[in-house]
Ligand binder design. Structure first.
Ligand SMILES: [Zn+2]
Ligand SMILES: [Zn+2]
Length: 130
């Protein structure tokens, strides 16, 4: 505030209030921007990490469906009858011996006939080291 002029107490209070408000706004804005930039960075890192783990899983288990023997985009199915819908790539990597690659069609079919899965499994994993 310029000092050459006399201000009333109200004016000073008002000036300070405005200053704080603007300052606070810009602080908040800075925080938001920082968070946004960091969030993108974080998401990028998570995606990168997931890709890396996925690559390791693919190297260990391959990318050919154990059921139809076709090379299609595969998912990893748990042969120990553990729910694995939302398992992280790290979990799969940690329990790699319990997973087999399966294409979307075969995987869906298998889960559709969940009751028979144990029966199917006898034939399904023939020739697959399990
Ligand atoms: Zn298949
Ligand atoms: Zn499955």
């Amino acid at each position: 505030m310029p000092s050459s002029k006399k201000y009333t107490k109200e004016q000073i209070r008002e000036y300070n209030r405005k200053y704080r408000q603007e300052h606070l706004e810009s602080e908040k804005q800075k925080q938001r921007e920082y968070y946004r930039a960091n969030r993108e960075e974080r998401l990028k890192k998570t995606a990168e990490w997931k890709r890396k783990v996925r690559k390791q899983i693919e190297e260990k288990l391959g990318i050919i469906c154990v059921v139809c023997k076709q090379e299609k985009p595969v998912q990893y199915h748990n042969t120990k009858f553990i729910s694995h819908e939302n398992k992280s790539p790290t979990f799969i990597l940690k329990h790699i011996e319990d997973f087999v690659p399966m294409c979307n069609v075969c995987h869906r079919a298998l889960h559709h006939f969940k009751t028979y899965e144990k029966e199917f499994a006898k034939y399904l994993y023939v020739g697959v080291a399990k």
